[in-house]
Design a protein around this ligand. Structure first.
Ligand SMILES: C[S@@+](CC[C@H](N)C(=O)[O-])C[C@H]1O[C@@H](n2cnc3c(N)ncnc32)[C@H](O)[C@@H]1O
Length: 238
């Protein structure tokens, strides 16, 4: 991250992820370029896991998955989040939906979890490929911060079209206060998405996500404030 973020001033001036040139490849996002370098991709996933284990215990406590049969974790990374959720919900099936190289990492972790009979990983690109079938809950953990508003709204429309009635969409990541006054982590995190990851993402406010969910057709939208500046927003398809 440090080498990429060195280019923050240029990224602000040009409004694109100038820092990505520190990573080999020609793809437009950091995540695609990481696939060229298994060692760095593993370091990235280990770092994400560090963050996720610190915060996902609170998310697992906040979430109500009664009646949910199959949760798909879009951009689910190394499987840390589905393993934590599956421990809490013993009848739930859960699947990571991520790039082929990341799914390989997730499968190794799942194999050692003792829950391989109900957890899995399916390779795919979330904007182009259909979500894995039968999902009645779609989780986006540290994922909506990556993309610009139009792409996030597109994803929510796709979720609405894919889910059955009663299905849920969940957004879990750091949240910005509605009046945009903080927290400090929003100011520190947003430059990473602009300068390096995609050139379009940021830490959005709670109410932005809620408005986008509502526009996509979701109802009964609930917010759960969590420690470490995190939050969970859950919407239900009527
Ligand atoms: C910031 S990490 C979050 C990982 C995990 N959800 C967590 O909370 O620890 C973003 C993940 O999204 C994946 N990803 C990025 N673009 C994607 C796309 N277009 N389709 C599916 N997965 C994608 C990356 O490979 C990476 O594992």
């Amino acid at each position: 991250m440090y080498k990429g973020l060195y280019w923050m001033l240029e990224a602000v001036r040009e409004n694109r992820n100038v820092g990505l040139k520190e990573f080999a490849g020609s793809e437009p996002t950091l995540y695609e370029r990481l696939a060229h370098d298994p060692e760095v991709e593993k370091i990235f996933q280990d770092a994400m896991q560090e963050l996720s284990v610190q915060v996902n215990a609170d998310m697992v406590k906040a979430v109500d998955l009664r009646g949910i049969k199959h949760l798909v974790d879009v951009g689910g990374g190394d499987g840390t989040n589905i393993m934590a959720i599956a421990q809490q919900w013993p009848n739930l099936r859960a699947t990571v939906f991520d790039s082929p190289t990341v799914c390989d990492i997730a499968r190794k972790n799942i194999a050692g979890s003792g829950m391989a009979d109900r957890l899995g990983a399916v390779a795919g690109e979330c904007f182009k490929d259909p979500f894995p079938p039968d999902a009645d809950c779609l989780l986006f953990a540290h994922f909506f911060t990556i993309w610009g508003e139009e792409r996030d709204r597109e994803l929510l429309r796709k979720c609405y079209a894919s889910l059955p009635a009663g299905g849920k969409v969940m957004i879990f990541n750091m949240m910005q206060h509605d009046d945009e006054s903080g927290p400090m982590s929003a100011a520190l995190g947003s430059p990473y998405f602009l300068t390096l990851a995609t050139g379009t993402g940021m830490l959005y406010t709670w109410s932005e996500y809620e408005r986008w969910m509502e526009e996509a057709g979701f109802r009964d939208i609930k917010r759960h404030a969590l420690p470490h500046d995190h939050g969970l927003i859950v919407g239900t398809k009527p």
